[in-house]
Design a protein around this ligand. Sequence first.
Ligand code: FPP
Length: 239
Amino acid sequence: MGQYNQGIPQHVAIIMDGNGRWANKRKLPRIAGHREGMENVRRIAIAADNLNIKVLTLYSFSTENWKRPKDEVNFLMRLPVVFFNKFVPELVERNVVVKVTGFLKNLPTATLKALEDAEKQTSKNTGLILNFAFNYGGKAEIVNATRQIAKEVLENKLKPEDIDESVFSNHLLTNLKSLNDVDLLIRTSGEKRISNFLLWQLAYAELYFTDVYWPDFTEDDLSKAIIEYENRNRRFGAL
Ligand code: FPP
């Protein structure tokens, strides 16, 4: 299974970190950093498409982000509304498929509607999958899958001995969206943590960290990460 010079990663995931510090450096409020970060989502989605990446998953709001000040949470909840109002026509034109992965039930109505409308309006497209991890947490996802599986066992729909990696994986939020595991994870802003992102799906991902703050992360930075990925040697546990 050893692979050399494996080419472009199919699934790239990004922890878009550093919006607050980007704003702070410019003596702007933190939300200005999130606004610029949102603009950069558009730029990097186009760049990913140009590079022939198939799936781009962006950590847009984590289950832990609710602990932030109320004003900041409210602002982050508005971002999908602003983003999709502004960019859905362009996404449709560029053949982008929007997907949303996360716990959507408890979101404000307007946020949920913006996310679901964007999914609907782009569902016939066939190009880049732009997957927003929104109200997403890796541990919560694993617990949720376990709960579903336990229910199916109790209802005699599944035997305990039939639970394997594939069955488990099928109960994850990403699999409900038909998304494969991640090939390359990028985290911006110099932090070197996974922060509860796609814990299962990152099992064999290559990890790439850059000091650049998310709003400053460019197409060239993405290309650099891809080139480094291409030069790594993924063995998936084999020799
Ligand atoms: C982390 O930076 C970033 C976030 C919590 C929000 C990320 C969201 C976007 C970039 C926009 C998403 C767009 C849509 C359409 C949903 P931070 O605030 O932790 O930065 P800091 O570590 O410098 O404080």
